[in-house]
Write a protein that binds this ligand. Structure first.
Ligand SMILES: N[C@@H](CCC(=O)N[C@@H](CS)C(=O)NCC(=O)O)C(=O)O
Length: 232
């Protein structure tokens, strides 16, 4: 059994997408980041960065004590290695998946995240910052579009590289991007959206709809973090 510490955000959706795809039994433990639950001491023990998602695997491969993992890319890789699913065994194909997984983790995720911040959440509209992150998101979309020109999925077969990227393309309008400008992404996006596991993963989020993030109420909690908010 996998315990998934989760909230209904792109990085949270990555893990429900994997678990649904691999049909692994799991239990969701909601961590309402708008209510500050990411700072609870028990959660910080498994996720010292005070961010969702995190998992506890109660049946690790070595048969030992439960294993906890934080960082969505590390979780996807851990689960793919555990199950042998959504990652190729072939050496060269595996390298292909890993480089695109890290591209998402270090590029698309953080840049689109800053795009959301400066375009939607920042109390002042800072033109330079908005342009910087909208342009960088667009550049990353163009790179992905090129990669998908001759492939159905990012690294050939459907993999954790696609699962990492998809939830960050879902809010494309908020990122001031148009999918018509990226026809290969559009085709890829519609294919993944229609997968039964993707539909089931996004349905899991519905249960928390009435607790949707109210950025105005949570502004101080989410956007006022510093070294001082990292507790012992
Ligand atoms: N690099 C991390 C980023 C995780 C992340 O930023 N999580 C957000 C939600 S998507 C969060 O928990 N925010 C809580 C906070 O800012 O306190 C990952 O991919 O797991």
């Amino acid at each position: 059994m996998i315990e998934l510490y989760y909230w209904t955000t792109p990085n949270g959706h990555k893990i429900t997408m994997f678990l649904e795809e691999a049909e692994l039994p799991y239990k969701i433990v909601p961590i309402n980041i708008g209510a500050g639950e990411q700072f609870q001491p028990d959660f910080l023990k498994i996720s010292p960065n005070n961010r969702i998602p995190a998992i506890i695997d109660h049946e690790p491969a070595d048969g030992g004590a439960p294993v906890s993992v934080f960082e969505s890319g590390a979780i996807l890789l851990y689960l793919a290695e555990k199950t042998g699913k959504l990652i190729p065994a072939d050496f060269r194909k595996r390298v292909e998946v890993l480089q695109w997984l890290f591209w998402q983790m270090a590029g698309l995720g953080p840049m689109a995240g800053q795009n959301h911040h400066f375009s939607s959440y920042a109390p002042e509209k800072i033109e330079y910052a908005i342009n910087r992150y909208v342009n960088e998101t667009g550049r990353l979309y163009a790179v992905l579009n090129k990669q998908l020109a001759d492939k159905e999925f990012i690294a050939g077969d459907y993999s954790i590289a696609d699962i990492a990227a998809y939830p960050w393309i879902v809010p494309y309008e908020r990122q001031s991007q148009k999918l018509e400008d990226f026809p290969n992404i559009q085709r890829w996006f519609e294919t993944i959206k229609a997968r039964p596991a993707t539909i089931r993963a996004y349905e899991k989020a519905e249960a928390f709809k009435n607790q949707a993030l109210d950025v105005e109420k949570s502004r101080n909690l989410l956007f006022n973090q510093s070294a001082k908010t990292v507790t012992h």
